[in-house]
Design a protein around this ligand. Sequence first.
Ligand SMILES: Nc1ncnc2c1ncn2[C@@H]1O[C@H](COP(=O)(O)OP(=O)(O)OP(=O)(O)O)[C@@H](O)[C@H]1O
Ligand SMILES: [Mg+2]
Length: 492
Amino acid sequence: MDKLLLIDDEADVQYSFRRIFDSPELELHTASSGEEGLRLIPKIKPDLILSDIRMAGLNGLETLRRIRQLDPKLPVILMTAYGTTQTAIEAMKLGAYDYLLKPFDVPKLKALVTSALKAARDMRQAVALQPMLESEDYEAGVIGRSESMQAIFKLIGQVAATDATALITGESGTGKELVARAIYHYSRRSERPFLAINCAAIPENLLESELFGHEKGSFTGATQLRIGKFEQCDKGTIFLDEIGDMTSTTQTKILRVLQNGTFERVGGGESIKVDVRVIAATNKPLEEAVKAKQFREDLFYRLNVVRIQLPPLRERRDDIRLLVDYFLRKLAGPGGKPKSLGQVTLAALEAYHWPGNVRELENVLRRATVVAKGSAILPSDLPTEVLSAIQTDKPATAAASGTSGPATVAVAHSASAAQPMDIPGIARQLFRFARGDSKLRVLPAVERELIIEALKETKGNQVQAAKLLGITRATLRKRVEKFGIRQELAVH
Ligand SMILES: Nc1ncnc2c1ncn2[C@@H]1O[C@H](COP(=O)(O)OP(=O)(O)OP(=O)(O)O)[C@@H](O)[C@H]1O
Ligand SMILES: [Mg+2]
């Protein structure tokens, strides 16, 4: 649950906040003065503070200054009915998360609170690399023991120790944002702010001003001077997500800020210097955008100093079991008992090609946890596309209870028709089944089935069948005899 502390001396404002933020996920505390607010902070440990500026005693700016001494990362939104440019600038320079004018535009206030709470969470929840699954803290961890993930952990460690710009690439849902946060938490800037900006979510023409701020009157709608994220995040870390989507002016400005730490506000002449560490991410092939002249080549090379390329989940299937374990524990919550999984369910999860990567796996498990009636997640609790990654000749539930007879596993290609054949994945499924059937000798059983298939395919032509199987005709003949295949295949 997120905790919000409102500091405002007006009872009316406190009342309307109670109504606006009446939600089971939020705990609202109120204070009527800056002094009271400061006293409450260590007790409540709020995730976000909203403070009025004009108050008797300590005003909002002074309160903010003292909050900053207590905690340089706690987001604070300042509010006032008497907006002047000067206080807005001062508030932002003191490290306010944002600045809001009364009376509130409620949807805007809510959106701002949501984004400030996300920023608070990003900064607070340390991201552990390979956390111990037995430990109680499942808030955030980068999970993976596969070789490709080991290499990534090493890179994160190396880059975290420096101030170098890092570029994180990978398909959607592979953990780019998670890795960006891990770098931040392991870096020497971890005590300073971290701000994530999704470049694709902000209209192109507004992104430049969002990042670098603007002077009053610099464009229609720029009614006040605005401090941008780079200025606000001085000494901190900025995460530029979806970096592929920006205009060439914004690209040029980012290049300059990376090269010498300076920029100008939109419509401004003054050169402003900042010390900001940049981490960027994209799921688009930037190399291609460079070739197509949509992305500046020099910016690309500047960002690409350290490149962290996250593998798609289907290329590290060994980690699926571990991730499943992690998510089920996380979904059970502290003290809760994680749901269990049968062999077939796990086999399906391991066989599916996961176009949405780890995010999709997490969502499938979240849904399955809700849908599952008992303490175990059954194959029928999985979406059909996941389930159809494996198909058995017996109803899935029977196979799960270990009562399915001989392991005649057929791998359906429908879900992964465009994928190359995943032999390790198929082998893994076979093993799952074999483990549930102590009498089964999996290798001869598979060999036998493959030979029968090849002979059927070639209508009993042993020369062609041997070729299909990649063995010599002599070997094939020996196997055919060994397995006693001839009789049952009725060779012509
Ligand atoms: N290795 C991992 N271990 C544990 N959780 C992970 C891992 N990778 C991703 N996740 C989780 O999967 C979800 C998606 O990750 P994230 O948002 O970092 O992906 P992304 O690469 O930024 O995706 P997109 O390109 O769509 O923005 C998050 O909930 C994240 O915590
Ligand atoms: Mg992302």
